[in-house]
Design a binder for this molecule. Structure first.
Ligand code: MN
Length: 206
């Protein structure tokens, strides 16, 4: 038995924020980060730990919990909290202070092969974010050898359908409402222009 794995699997920890709570301001305020990371993300982690305690999922790593509960009607609560725990950690890492700009060469080449230009890729991400009805996520993914933009509802992500996530933008209202109210488009464009972490996406190409 691998006790290291058991120790690291449960209880799940709230991953540390990779920058200060005011580091994304003014695009995303410290107030938004305070609620989004300190309340919403933390609640998903806390709920997950309560839900898996004493179950077959208690000692599984987060990714395994997600793939093993996806699409199972009697495991919806565990899936939702596990996936949201993972999605938020990935979202914080998809952003950085003074982000935006141009992607590194290896990613730029793939973006141009799939979308034509970096601007066309950003436009597709923004369009997908606006097209997501209600809560969800917008993703840049690697699907076989091609890059694609996909949108998912609620806690769903691309992992359960075999695509490799490169970066994500949270389009739940809690991600932008304090700063942008109903203006999701302004939030998404500001994130793409000023915060998106292309180097992180390039690392995820693997
Ligand atoms: Mn969120």
């Amino acid at each position: 038995m691998n006790t290291d794995k058991i120790k690291s699997a449960s209880p799940h920890a709230l991953s540390s924020l990779p920058y200060a709570d005011n580091a994304l301001s003014p695009v995303i305020s410290a107030n938004t980060i305070g609620f989004h990371y300190g309340k919403h993300h933390k609640a998903y982690v806390d709920n997950l730990n309560k839900l898996v305690a004493g179950t077959d999922f208690a000692n599984l790593p987060l990714e395994k919990i997600i793939t093993q509960t996806a699409g199972k009607a009697d495991k919806t609560a565990i899936f939702n909290n596990a996936a949201q725990t993972w999605n938020h950690t990935f979202y914080w890492r998809s952003l950085r202070p003074k982000g935006g700009g141009g992607p590194p060469a290896v990613l730029k080449q793939k973006i141009e092969a799939s979308f034509g230009t970096v601007d066309a890729c950003k436009q597709e991400l923004a369009t997908a974010a606006m097209a997501q009805f209600g809560s969800g996520w917008t993703w840049l993914v690697l699907d076989s050898a091609k890059l694609k933009v996909v949108k998912t509802g609620n806690a769903d992500g691309p992992m359960t359908t075999g695509m490799k996530p490169l970066l994500t933008i949270d389009v739940w209202e809690h991600a932008y409402y304090l700063d942008y109210q109903n203006r999701r488009k302004d939030y998404v464009n500001a994130v793409l222009d000023n915060l998106i972490h292309w180097d992180f996406a390039a690392e995820n190409l693997g």
